[in-house]
Design a protein around this ligand. Sequence first.
Ligand SMILES: *Cc1c(COP(=O)(O)O)cnc(C)c1O
Length: 379
Amino acid sequence: MREEASRAWREVDLNALAHNARTLQAALCSGCRLMAVVKADAYGHGAIPVARRLEAEGVKAFAVACLEEGIALRQAGVRGKILILGYTPPEMASLIYRWKLIQTVADEDHGRALAAQGVPLSVHLALDTGMHRLGIPAKDHKALQHLYELPNLNIEGVFSHLCMSDSLEAEDMAFTHTQLERFYGAVQWLRAHGLDPGEVHIQASYGIWNLPPQPCFWARAGIALYGVFSKDATTGRTLALGPALSLRARVVSVRTLLPGEGAGYGLAFRAEQMRKLAVVSIGYADGLPRCLPQQKGEVLLHAARCPMVGRMCMDQLLVDVTDVPCVKPGDVATIIGTDGGQVIRAEDVAGQCGTITNELLSRLGHRLPIVTDWKSHVG
Ligand SMILES: *Cc1c(COP(=O)(O)O)cnc(C)c1O
């Protein structure tokens, strides 16, 4: 059975993704390369098809959140560098080595414990420049010195992460600049003491959108690569990126409600006049926020915007199609994407539910097959 015959699916436009990768690469300093962040199944886009396509486009490095994600890419034949951004238990050192992955050193203790495993490891040092999540405090020169003296750790890079770079408020931008100063300060201190920082990197997507190009070796792009903003807000630079993902589901039944009848759990929808409802086969277990119908959620059907109504179910949702009489079982509803001249953007859906697209997209569940070679289902 082809995926498009199924109840709901994700369409991933790998050409859009390749275009975004080229656009981001062109926005970086000459000498700075794009590291594609493909953690969380490439923000719901499918880490394996995404990484394979980007590798074919010349992308040389990938970032994942954890060991398992890195191994899965290697098993799928990805040959580029793979940096694990998160913590890996030191006892897993032999797997990091066997699969030729690069481990982030989360702090001084983590570095010592990794070194004590007796396995030669490629690592990047995370520096804490003010986010206080992972990293060696950028000013802790003693800790840096110690890490360079440890056996088994081959320090190939040094990086940090910006936690305010999505904001253009003066105070927030000042903090971002403080983070940059601390980062480059630590890099300079290493060089001045004969310690090679290797490949340095600090920008993620909003660092690319809101900062001038940085003199780094890599820039780690996640959400921008997928062609969407985390939320609607102005950015310092405009880049011609386009969304790569559409989310579609089938209409499975159409029914008529008489005045006074209700529908769904709790009969949360009540028909005041006669209403036609379509049952669409996607629900919160597929990763949609359950609050969406109450937050003005819509789907596109026959290029018309139709409101979600009632309570979202685990596997289905209800849509009012009274104004679109041609809707019938088998029709394709668009939850994210375009249909005719209409569009529902991931930013719209995330914003309605008070979250960011990163969360919305990364939660799209494994029950939704990924289709990369669809013909149009719509219209
Ligand atoms: C997730 C993550 C990124 C990618 O962030 P985007 O904002 O999606 O580009 C980059 N670096 C680190 C350390 C991350 O955890």
